[in-house]
Design a protein around this ligand. Structure first.
Ligand SMILES: Cc1cc2nc3c(=O)[nH]c(=O)nc-3n(C[C@H](O)[C@H](O)[C@H](O)COP(=O)(O)OP(=O)(O)OC[C@H]3O[C@@H](n4cnc5c(N)ncnc54)[C@H](O)[C@@H]3O)c2cc1C
Ligand SMILES: C[S@@+](CC[C@H](N)C(=O)[O-])C[C@H]1O[C@@H](n2cnc3c(N)ncnc32)[C@H](O)[C@@H]1O
Length: 656
């Protein structure tokens, strides 16, 4: 799949050379978008009538230039009550390049404020799910990069209104198929509406067959007719694993306690606070970001697989989200972060082969591109003996700066020096009560465990297979030669450009919880540097005789994916799904016996800066019944219940 749509400019407007069709009406694209999609989905009335904290979800086929999105977002801001939120999900197989997008959106002066916000974030559009936040988080745009017929079956959302766009059916017959209309029916709320510019008979018949009531109305401008309607008949539902089904939407008090003030806790608190929740973050150390999230520099780097494994999909979504969030929240500086680029060097033939496969995917160059040793040396500012992959937007971040910025949100209260020893649910008040070591306690409707490996130290979570790996970084005073380093270099380990005259070199991996600094680990880090960049190794080891460093504990899971989602008691899970011992599926409506309002967000392993910022959005989506920021299968791959299920089907608890 080429990264960007092939277009030409015709009378100042984008024209698809692949589909031989226009992106929007040459008469007045904005007026047509308003007439067809806003008016015929009755959006002004529906936005105006939203209740406090209400949500509205629009889904679209064919994001194109984002005109429909901006039109709907502007309308939402104008008419919907201030506490409400709009979720716009759009599928796009061939995104416009950022430059074409900018040129196309320049055509609409009235939409410029939102258009500029969109353009600033419209990058790193790798295949899969990409989340963008506009209007201070009130408007969430989830772009599904890929073919409609492949992406919609993976969407987990309840759609109120559809914008059925995507070039004329005669020019793009592959898209306008019954499976598309069936997916629309599966995803729609009862009575959910749709509108489309076309009145083609095949489209109307397909929509009717999928359960929609279809009406015709006069088309816009010179077009004779258009179609619109609503879901009149709910489709038959297919079996879905009930242990992964969403818990009931939270409807009570919007208060949460988050245990642990690392990047996972701060991101969780931030995503909830942005949605109007009152969040208390409890941290046992004297300050936030003082455990694993406390290194001076953490790398924003990605190790991808050309097979688009679950890990790669998560990394691609997380990488884009982390970078967009950083750009929105923190100006680049030595005290915060630097998008200096990351060079992933091909230090071994096997790595070079892997990289060649990745390069052959033809991903957008703002994500990554292959470079030879000579270009790599120019980019890095120092001589390198190998080429590799260059990630121009990656870099390093000072994790405490990001954590503290997230925790600054007025909806968040941070309490440090506060160690939580346990918690229980008060059934009558429907509140979680958490107990501090000093005997005091606090209550909230929702409790989220983000305390890394110690999240498994409570009665309710002792069954979770969390693994702890110690890591040590080495801090090296920069030299005149090493100060020339411009980008992060990584292979098995990494080194970052100097921050406050100090390089961060890391990191080791050991199954230990001993946090004392080890000389052997420093040597291991230096050996890694000798392979990565011999010239840096010579200059830095000549100047740094007494080595300093920092160690901390990573938390991971057996499959190296994080655990993000609701929790169940193992005994209840076992009792509920006993039939799985014999390979018999339980009824789809046998929804897991959730521990009401108890969630976990941990096991970010050695990539927390990529996966943790997005994890807050994942939890918020579950709590607020919003579209998931990841595909169905990825949401299941990170679900905390996956281990209970594996134990059950592998008879690890014996047969009842
Ligand atoms: C040496 C090293 C180098 C790394 N390098 C990178 C990198 O370059 N790039 C990258 O993306 N990732 C890197 N990582 C991984 C990254 O740091 C982690 O994935 C991330 O910090 C995990 O964040 P967290 O919030 O889950 O955990 P933490 O930051 O550990 O936060 C958990 C918090 O919970 C608190 N807590 C625990 N128990 C309790 C309790 N009972 N009550 C109250 N509070 C409690 C802890 O004090 C802690 O502050 C590295 C990790 C290490 C160790
Ligand atoms: C007419 S444009 C959409 C205009 C857009 N809604 C706007 O507001 O600018 C049609 C878009 O549909 C996309 N498209 C076509 N077929 C598709 C498919 N099968 N899956 C996903 N997107 C598709 C095209 O790449 C193109 O960007």
């Amino acid at each position: 799949m080429p990264p960007y749509a092939p277009i030409r400019w015709q009378n100042g407007q984008p024209f698809s050379t692949e589909f031989d069709d226009v992106y929007f009406s040459s008469d007045s694209g904005l007026a047509e978008s308003h007439y067809v999609f806003i008016q015929h989905n009755q959006l002004i009335e529906r936005f105006t009538a939203l209740p406090e904290h209400g949500r509205f979800c629009i889904a679209e086929t064919g994001f194109g230039s984002g005109l429909n999105f901006l039109c709907a977002a502007a309308c939402f801001i104008q008419y919907a009550p201030a506490s409400t939120r709009l979720h716009f999900v759009s599928v796009e197989k061939h995104p416009l390049s950022p430059a074409d997008m900018q040129q196309a959106l320049a055509l609409w002066p009235s939409l410029q404020i939102l258009a500029q916000e969109l353009i600033a974030q419209y990058q790193l559009l790798a295949p899969g799910w990409q989340r963008l936040l506009l209007a201070d988080g009130r408007i969430t745009l989830t772009l599904l990069i890929g073919d409609v017929l492949e992406r919609l079956p993976e969407l987990d959302a309840r759609v109120d209104a559809w914008f059925l766009d995507g070039f004329a059916p005669a020019k793009n017959p592959d898209m306008w198929q019954l499976p598309l209309f069936q997916q629309m029916a599966r995803l729609s709320v009862p009575g959910g509406t749709f509108a489309t510019f076309t009145s083609a008979g095949t489209v109307r018949r397909g929509l009717a067959e999928a359960g929609f009531h279809v009406q015709k109305s006069p088309g816009f401008g010179r077009k004779r007719e258009m179609s619109h309607g609503h879901l009149a008949q709910l489709p038959a539902s297919h079996w879905q694993p009930p242990w992964f089904a969403r818990p009931p939407t939270h409807s009570g008090e919007r208060s949460a306690i988050v245990i642990g003030a690392g990047i996972a806790g701060a991101a969780t608190a931030y995503s909830l606070a942005r949605r109007g929740w009152q969040v208390t973050v409890l941290e046992r150390l004297p300050q936030a970001a003082a455990a694993a999230s406390g290194n001076p520099q953490g790398m924003l780097y990605t190790k991808l697989s050309a097979h688009f494994t679950a890990q790669t999909q998560l990394i691609l979504s997380g990488y884009g989200y982390s970078l967009r969030l950083l750009r929105q929240l923190l100006p680049q500086a030595e005290d915060s972060w630097q998008a200096c680029g990351v060079l992933q060097l091909a230090h071994q033939p096997a790595e070079a082969q892997k990289q060649a496969k990745l390069a052959a995917l033809g991903l957008a160059h703002d994500l990554m591109r292959p470079v030879d040793a000579s270009e790599a040396s120019k980019l890095a500012g120092i001589a390198l003996t190998q080429g590799g992959l260059f990630f121009p937007q990656g870099g390093w971040v000072h994790p405490p700066a990001l954590v503290n910025k997230l925790l600054e949100h007025p909806g968040i209260q941070l309490q440090t020096d506060c160690t939580i020893s346990g918690f229980h649910y008060e059934q009558q008040q429907q509140l979680w009560q958490v107990h501090e070591q000093d005997g005091t306690s606090r209550r909230a409707a929702v409790l989220i465990l983000t305390n890394a490996g110690e999240a498994a130290s409570f009665d309710a979570t002792g069954h979770l297979p969390l693994q702890i790996t110690r890591g040590q970084i080495t801090l090296l005073r920069s030299t005149v030669q090493s100060a020339a380093l411009q980008t992060v270099l990584c292979s098995d380990g990494y080194i970052a450009p100097a921050r406050h005259q100090q390089h961060c070199l890391g990191a080791t991996f050991q199954a230990s919880t001993d946090l004392s600094i080890q000389a052997a680990d420093h040597q291991q880090n230096l050996q890694m540097l000798a392979q990565l960049a011999p010239s840096l190794h010579s200059t830095l080891s000549a100047e740094n005789h007494e080595l300093t460093g920092r160690s901390a504990l990573r938390c991971s899971s057996p499959d190296y994916l994080p655990l993000i989602g609701p929790l169940t008691a193992p005994a209840d899970f076992l009792a509920y799904y006993q039939s799985m011992y014999h390979g018999i599926k339980p009824a789809a409506n046998r929804i897991a016996p959730w521990l009401s309002g108890l969630y976990i967000n941990t096991a970010h392993g050695s990539r927390g800066l990529i996966s943790a910022p997005l994890s807050g959005e994942i939890l918020a989506a579950l709590l607020e019944n919003e579209p998931a920021p990841l595909s169905h299968s990825l949401m299941q791959a990170i679900h905390p219940n996956r281990f209970l299920l594996r134990d059950l089907v592998h008879h690890r608890w014996g047969t009842p």
